[in-house]
Ligand binder design. Structure first.
Ligand code: EPU
Length: 479
């Protein structure tokens, strides 16, 4: 059965039209842009960011926390959930599974609201039925790869689940083999059919010793969610250690799960017969915080970021210090100031606590305006450099070879029309545009709305007059 996607609740009022610059949809609107129109952000060059920005909850945690709510019938409430498109789609995934999902004003309220801005976080109230559905269709999974994280909780509760295979995307191939091998070790039978992954465990899942080939974030989350209700004990070795893993384990333990070792490479999970609903606040978004940190450094600005523990960004902030920045950390806040042209630094992406792959476009942007040559190495996604061509349109000097990019810095980039290809590439291009001479127009910024609650409002709060609107889609005729 096909359903048309309706995503209520998250619409931000459209901004007033400007002459020759039509009104666009606001961030958080979940629909695709109108046919033949794309959303565009126009960035003035030679900008300097200064001020304070508050970062709300992490997309990559909130999505999984919403899936984890499926593990207990009753009402769970997740607060500090970012007001972004991906969350709206996840709400729709849960609705299709029979949950009642409501977005409410956040508690505590996003500080941006107190400054007269639109709220960037919400609370999500999820009423989970005794018997949730067991299918996630391709029309939703293609819009939100993270829908695959319902696999573990639904298998645990329903003993049968059918989820569309997400396929690859603009940052590379995205395998599921570790999810599947881990669930198989816990007694599931997994098959593939007509583009779906089908997992069955008629007698329920049982505890197992699982060694992941790679500390996959998604596989760790799916396996933890399956193991908490399995019979017996599960050990996951070479588990991911990201703060988002700690967040979901904290929530699950508060639901009655027995997980030890969150934040280390070995998770021990003692299965329990049932879990109870919970109220939980999402951990702050370290990738959004890191984006502002790099933006401050690249624009030779002075930005204070609140809402995220700077310990989650230790390697990234250390790179900014090596580049000549001044970084001060204070409790749940940090400040980045860069007075002179940044110095070139090499960056290697790695699983946490290494340098996050989601900050790679920002690292390339920094390198593009730094004094000297930087070697940037990507170890997580095979297609992450695909956006480098767009950065080159801004005059960046980038040579890629496999998973390495050599970037020779120029004092200034050169404003041009460019296209966002994924969430982080879009944010990276907007920030690079701030360091260009002339205007940069970044199109397809609906990608940015998938991960940043109100990028334009935050940029304005930091002193840059960016504009948002729509523009006709140019047909891509190049071969
Ligand atoms: N992989 C496999 N087999 C598997 C699982 C993963 O080969 O069974 C490979 C992937 O293809 C990839 C690598 O392992 O090359 C890492 O994948 P991982 O499972 O760690 O990533 P993910 O769970 O798919 C999450 C975030 C990404 C973030 C990565 C790495 C969500 C929704 N997504 O993806 O975030 O880059 O972890 O930290 O949590 C983003 O927010 O823009 C984004 C892409």
């Amino acid at each position: 059965m096909t359903h048309s996607l309706r995503i209520p609740d998250l619409t931000i009022p459209a901004r007033p039209a400007r002459a020759g610059w039509p009104v666009g949809v606001g961030p958080g609107d979940a629909g695709d842009p109108a046919v033949n129109d794309v959303d565009v952000i126009r960035v003035p060059g030679e900008a300097r960011l200064a001020g304070t920005v508050h970062v709300v909850g992490a997309k990559n945690s909130a999505l999984k926390l919403m899936a984890a709510a499926l593990l207990a019938p009753g009402r769970s409430v997740i607060t500090n959930v970012p007001r972004i498109t991906d969350i709206a789609i996840m709400g729709e995934v849960l609705r299709r599974l029979g949950c009642v999902v409501r977005f409410a004003a956040d508690d505590p309220v996003d500080p941006m609201v107190a400054r007269g801005g639109v709220e960037r976080s919400r609370s999500v109230v999820i009423d989970v039925p005794e018997q949730p559905g067991a299918e996630a269709d391709y029309d939703l999974v293609r819009r939100l790869r993270a829908s695959i994280c319902v696999l573990g909780p639904l298998l645990a509760r329903r003993r049968y689940v059918r989820v569309a295979h997400p396929g690859g995307d603009a940052i590379g191939s995205r395998g599921l083999d570790m999810h599947i091998a881990g669930l198989a070790r816990m007694g599931a039978e997994i098959s593939g059919e007509h583009g779906f992954v089908i997992a069955e465990a008629p007698d329920g899942l049982y505890g197992a010793d699982i060694l992941l080939d790679f500390p996959s974030v998604g596989a760790t989350e799916n396996l933890v969610m399956a193991a908490v209700l399995a019979r017996g004990a599960t050990t996951i070795d070479n588990a991911a250690r990201e703060p988002e893993i700690v967040d979901i384990c904290t929530m699950l333990n508060r639901m009655g799960a027995r997980i030890e070792g969150a934040g280390t490479s070995t998770l021990h999970i003692a299965g329990v017969p049932e879990l109870r609903p919970v109220r939980h606040a999402t951990v702050g978004d370290r990738i959004v915080a890191g984006t502002w940190a790099f933006a401050a450094a690249m624009t030779r600005g002075d930005v204070t970021v609140t809402g995220v523990d700077p310990a989650y960004l230790e390697v990234a902030l250390d790179k900014l210090v090596s580049a000549g920045g001044l970084v001060e950390t204070r409790g749940g806040a940090f400040r980045v100031r860069m007075d002179d042209r940044p110095k070139a630094v090499d960056v290697v992406t790695l699983p946490f606590p290494g340098f996050a792959t989601d900050l790679l476009p920002m690292a390339i942007g920094l390198a593009a305006v730094s004094d000297g040559a930087s070697l940037i190495t990507e170890n997580i996604f095979d297609g992450r450099f695909m956006f480098a061509n767009e950065m080159m349109r801004l005059g960046a000097d980038i040579r890629t070879d496999g998973h390495h990019a050599l970037v020779c810095g120029h004092d200034r980039l050169s404003g041009a029309p460019v296209r966002a290809t994924d969430i982080r590439a879009g944010a990276g291009l907007i920030i690079a545009g701030l360091c260009a001479d002339g205007v940069t127009e970044v199109s397809h910024v609906h990608h940015v709305d998938r991960g940043y609650p109100d990028f334009v409002a935050d940029l304005r709060a930091l002193g840059v007059e960016v504009e948002r609107g729509t523009a006709p889609e140019e047909p891509d005729l190049a071969i």
